[in-house]
Design a protein around this ligand. Structure first.
Ligand SMILES: [Zn+2]
Length: 46
């Protein structure tokens, strides 16, 4: 009972001083997440 499936609503992107890309997400229940991307990793092209 009471299982809640979080819905991650994208709240936008921001860039830190280090140059990292940070994605902000939030669920209507109040839970929030931040996800950072490093430009050095996972580059799709060389
Ligand atoms: Zn939720």
């Amino acid at each position: 009972m009471g299982e809640h499936v979080h819905v991650r609503v994208n709240r936008g992107l921001s860039v830190t001083e280090d140059g990292q890309l940070v994605e902000l997400s939030r669920c209507p229940c109040g839970e929030s997440w931040t996800r950072s991307y490093r430009p050095d990793e996972g580059a799709p092209e060389r």
